[in-house]
Design a protein around this ligand. Sequence first.
Ligand code: C2E
Ligand code: MG
Ligand code: MG
Length: 332
Amino acid sequence: VIERITNVLNEPHQLDTLELQITSSIGASVYPEDGLDSEALLKHADTAMYKAKDEGRNSYQLYSSEMNTISMERLMTENYLRSALKKNEFELYYQLQVNSITEEVVGIEALLRWNHPDLGPVSPAHFIPMAEEIGLIVEIDKWVLTQACKQRKIWQQQHFDCGRIAINISSQHFKHNLIDSINFALKESGLSPVLLEIEVTENCFIENIKHASATLQKIRQLGIKISIDDFGTGFSSLSYLTQLPFDTLKIDASFISKLPGDLKQCQIVKSIIAMAKGLDLTLVGEGVETTAQAHFLTVNGCDVIQGYLYSTPENAKGVTERLAKQQLLPTE
Ligand code: C2E
Ligand code: MG
Ligand code: MG
């Protein structure tokens, strides 16, 4: 039966001049083994459908009881996540970026935290993939953008000279009316675009470089700066560096962690810096934890240092106190 349904769904559909192909993820449960009433059967079929989605699109799964434990946890988290925005459980943390030579604050990155009712503050690395999967990331990203702009405006009103506020943009948001979200956030907060920077990863442009280029050009025309985040960790070619209008390149923490002991990593980092300089990009070293790493980056020409050495991510109150004191001496 499933195969027959799949075959029917897979038939191309003609919409005017467009030919559309639909794929399906199907979960099935069987009476009476998997449930005695429609509610139990549908619930288990739903569980099996999520498994099918996990296995890759256009596939099907029959329910088995082992699926249950994993998916109950997952469902709980999904439900929690769906209500987190309404319940005000998200909070922004901020991490300072400092000039490698003068140690002055030159920027601040906004980093999202979810104050989970049971688990406490959760890193976005844990929930963003799920938020992407259930189609919630755009809404979350919009909230982040607006909140972060409002906070930067407050720091401006308090006369803190702390550079641009940098905001991470998910690839789904990038492809989904990002410009409208930016305009909304700027209007809501009253922040000048020259105090805003967005961070994108190569996932944003790997599929459609033309669309990405047009979007980035428009963002730049507003006066906003653009960083390429997690540089060196993806799979795409270097040619996008010449095709897209970036201002800043962030060297991923995975390259920094073994500095300066690992000679190969040292060579890679030096080469990244040389290449970025040649392309007139500002360089930020991410995940800098030791003075030795900061020293290596500084002498090799890296402009900006970001990491626990100078600043762990803190909430707005903590960062405000920090900015007020301007005590940015290394904590090592
Ligand atoms: P990212 O943008 O590359 O951010 C840097 C990550 O490294 C942050 O993790 C930060 O807390 C951590 N970090 C900073 N300094 C150090 C250090 O010295 N040592 C170590 N070990 N780690 C350091 P976090 O906050 O857990 O965020 C993880 C990722 O989640 C971010 O990576 C970013 O890609 C994404 N993310 C964060 N906030 C948002 C958001 O508002 N929207 C979207 N779409 N993604 C976000
Ligand atoms: Mg980032
Ligand atoms: Mg990064």
